[in-house]
Design a protein around this ligand. Structure first.
Ligand code: GCU
Length: 452
């Protein structure tokens, strides 16, 4: 149990000190009953959005206006990173010293001979018994070194294609996944998320695809940060904690941990001679879209960043409180953000940042934000407005920014993809579709020139 984090999970009570357990149980009873009386009702009405004022990305905390690139790079950017670490995602650790790689599979005749399938184990500590991440890559056989897309997947690398040679992930996973039995994948889950990963299309356009299961980094459950890479690296972030000392409010939540894992995958990719590590786009859907944005903000080696339906805590402005809110996300998923973020439940106006500043942290590198009409929970308009409100930073840094002057949502399926901030809203639900990928590939063609 960490500071103010409810609901308490009795399944992990043996890990919690008795006093903390008592407090947690009392909180659960009181807050739980209040919540039961007041079920969360999302607001889907633009006219009911509270009046709000966004923090200005181009004004330092001390009030100084940022009017040149140097002040942005040396003062405001570091200040914003720190604010997001402190109030939203938490601080992460650095690159582990003993990290090393092992190639487990290298098949040059994959995808009808057009690509090489490579499976690489990223060991995070010196030996081979520490935590490891399994990265799957499909790399075009022509035009190397190639640019690449990197993204985390929800249920194991074996779900992204039906190729029986992809290693079946044996780690814990959420029960919701297709073919998942007792929280573990079975062969029935092979290829079940293939529609979200059009490997052939990506390869035919000259890009590699690299993917990794997010649960290899940190299992997506509220377990008081005992497992995943926390088990090994948490102390580097929190320091040695005395008995009954709560976890620091700014210690990394799971999104920051997953983003850290993306940086470790990029460490491998910059080392693989078949990939051009200076042209890697990081992409993610939903919670993994929030993760891709934070990875892109914190790791400037990512050349392009893509947010697919990332919503609250991702591209959507928190102050609009449209669809999912800060209070709601912190209640359903208390482990995703740092503990300090809980203080902004129903109190978004007090946040010293908002999500347009997350987008601005990617500048001047290209960023693409995608929404879906039936994904109102993620607040498409709030996702678009983040791009609009990040635009002044992109312009200050000498890039075209968003190719629209309007704060109104663009027409459905009319992508804005000619600038440095891309955006589209498509028909359909919360998902990743071929239409989405077509836009990402076009956007990448423009910004990650192949064989420059
Ligand atoms: C839930 C959550 C969202 C998240 C999504 C997902 O719907 O409320 O914030 O983006 O799960 O990751 O699938």
């Amino acid at each position: 149990m960490t500071n103010g984090r409810v609901p308490f999970d009795p399944g992990h009570s043996q890990m919690t000190k008795p006093l903390m357990r008592l407090i947690a149980t009392l909180l659960l009873f009181t807050i739980g009953s209040v919540q039961a009386d007041q079920p969360f009702e999302p607001n889907y009405d633009e006219s009911l959005i509270p009046e709000y004022t966004l923090p200005d990305p181009l004004v330092l905390i001390d009030g100084t206006v940022v009017s040149d690139a140097e002040t942005w790079n040396t003062k405001r950017r570091p200040e914003l990173i720190q604010l997001f670490e402190e109030h939203v995602y938490g601080r992460a650790t650095g690159k582990p010293e003993g990290m090393h790689f092992e190639t487990l599979d290298d098949e040059p005749q994959a995808l009808d001979g057009n690509a090489t399938r490579r499976q690489v184990r990223i060991y995070l500590t010196e030996g081979t018994d520490g935590p490891f991440l399994d990265l799957l890559l499909y790399i075009p056989n022509e035009g190397r070194p190639v640019p690449a897309f990197l993204g985390l997947n929800f249920y194991g690398n074996h779900t992204i294609a039906s190729d029986p040679n992809i290693r079946l992930n044996l780690n814990w996973m959420r029960a919701k996944g297709a073919g998942v039995v007792d929280n573990h994948a079975t062969d029935d889950s092979r290829g079940t998320s293939a529609s979200r990963w059009p490997v052939e299309m990506i390869i035919s356009r000259g890009y590699a695809l690299a993917t990794m299961y997010y649960g290899d980094i940190d299992p997506d459950e509220d377990d008081d940060f005992q497992n995943g890479v926390h088990a090994v690296f948490d102390k580097q972030v929190t320091g040695e904690l005395a008995e009954d000392t709560p976890r620091p409010l700014d210690a990394w939540g799971s999104i920051a941990t997953w983003a850290w894992g993306l940086s470790r995958a990029l460490d491998y990719m910059t080392h693989d001679p078949d990939i051009d590590g200076t042209r890697v786009a990081v992409m993610g859907h939903s919670r993994l879209g929030k993760t891709a944005l934070w990875a892109g903000a914190t790791d400037e080696r990512f050349a392009l960043v893509i947010s697919n339906n990332s919503g609250c805590g991702g591209a959507a402005l928190s102050r609009r409180a449209f669809g999912e809110t800060v209070g709601r996300i912190n209640t359903s998923f208390p482990h995703w953000f740092n503990d300090k973020f809980q203080e902004y439940n129903n109190n978004e106006a007090a946040l010293p940042v908002d999500q347009h500043e997350l987008i601005a942290l990617i500048a001047p590198r290209p960023v693409y934000i995608a929404s879906a009409v039936e994904d109102q929970w993620a607040d498409p308009h709030g996702e678009y407005l983040s791009g609009c409100k990040a635009d002044p930073v992109y312009k200050l840094l000498g890039t075209p920014g968003l190719p629209s002057e309007s704060n109104d949502l663009p027409a459905v399926e009319e992508p804005l993809k000619t600038g440095t901030i891309g955006y589209h809203i498509r028909t359909g639900k919360h998902d990743v579709t071929t239409f989405d990928w077509q836009q990402y590939l076009d956007f990448a063609d423009m910004h990650l020139e192949r064989n420059p």
